[in-house]
Design a protein around this ligand. Structure first.
Ligand SMILES: [Ca+2]
Ligand SMILES: [Ca+2]
Length: 290
């Protein structure tokens, strides 16, 4: 009769020990086997014929005792140690699928004789909305930077073609798409019913000319629609303050064209005459695919 060797099994795993080779009946009688575990919370044991099945339940060690009994009731027992090891770590979760989200964009123009009373002009309006869905590669405008030809044209005349071409030059790789929308009288509202953003293109740039004006505009640059946890933001409202594109030197709403050459840096005009410190409008991005 040979001893049953110690065994090792993972949590959740099983193995089978054949007890028949470890017990011998001198009379050649068939033996009946039973098994019990000293720690069923660590390892359980069950028997089918002479096969003892050991199952790992939780990390630790337990003694499994196997008893063999002959028809006459004579019994013999032996024990073996079962070491239960932790299960292997689960594989890392797969990366999240490439996500998309859709948003409605509402531009609420609030530039008016009551919010900006100093010399408020007749015919106040904002030009057609123009911009891009993009990633951190391209930057279409920034405070302190020099306006591109597209930003200059937008801010001075409301034209959108040059800026759209600048965006399209970044597709694919830097930008996903041009986004555009109607203009509006001010006060007033313009809505872009749907823009689509992607995990790898989560940023929005969107601008509009303050009109009439020399080179003044409002908008956002590289606004992220993803929060700090990497989740799409459900709703994001951004106040818009007047900006100077640095490409025309007119100082009043109705100033004649005075090209600034070389261009100056794009700067903020909040609180700079003729503007008050109030915003000229806001963008509200509302997720529409949830
Ligand atoms: Ca200017
Ligand atoms: Ca100019």
């Amino acid at each position: 009769m040979s001893a049953i060797e110690a065994v090792t099994v993972e949590v959740g795993g099983t193995l089978v020990v054949d007890a028949s080779g470890h017990f011998v009946d001198p009379d050649g009688d068939a033996l009946e086997y039973a098994a019990s575990s000293s720690g069923p919370g660590v390892a359980s044991a069950s028997v089918a014929g002479a096969e003892v099945t050991v199952a790992g339940v939780s990390p630790g060690t337990a003694e499994v005792t196997v008893t063999a009994r002959d028809p006459g009731g004579l019994a013999a027992s032996q024990s073996f140690t079962v070491t239960v090891t932790p299960p292997p770590p689960p594989p890392p979760p797969p990366p999240p699928p490439l996500g998309t989200a859709t948003y409605r964009v509402v531009f609420e123009a609030t530039w008016s004789a009551s919010t900006h009373p100093n010399g408020f002009p007749p015919g106040p309006h904002f030009s057609q909305l123009i911009g891009a869905v993009h990633n951190s590669g391209p930057q279409f405008w920034a405070l302190g930077a020099t306006a591109s030809s597209g930003i200059e044209a937008m801010a001075e005349t409301g034209a959108t073609g040059t800026l759209a071409a600048e965006v399209n030059a970044q597709v694919p790789g830097g930008a996903l798409a041009v986004i555009s929308g109607s203009g509006t009288g001010s006060p007033g509202t313009a809505t872009i019913q749907q823009i689509t953003v992607q995990t790898d293109y989560p940023l929005v740039t969107l601008v509009t000319m303050i009109a009439p004006s020399p080179d003044w505009f409002a908008g956002v640059s590289g606004l992220s629609l993803v929060d700090g946890d990497g989740e799409w933001i459900d709703e994001l409202a951004v106040d818009l303050y007047p900006l100077d594109a640095g490409s025309d030197s007119g100082s009043n709403y109705a100033s004649p064209n005075q090209d600034t050459s070389p261009k100056e840096a794009i700067s903020g005009l909040q609180g700079v005459a003729p503007f008050s410190s109030a915003p000229v409008g806001s963008f509200t991005f509302t997720r529409t695919d949830t």
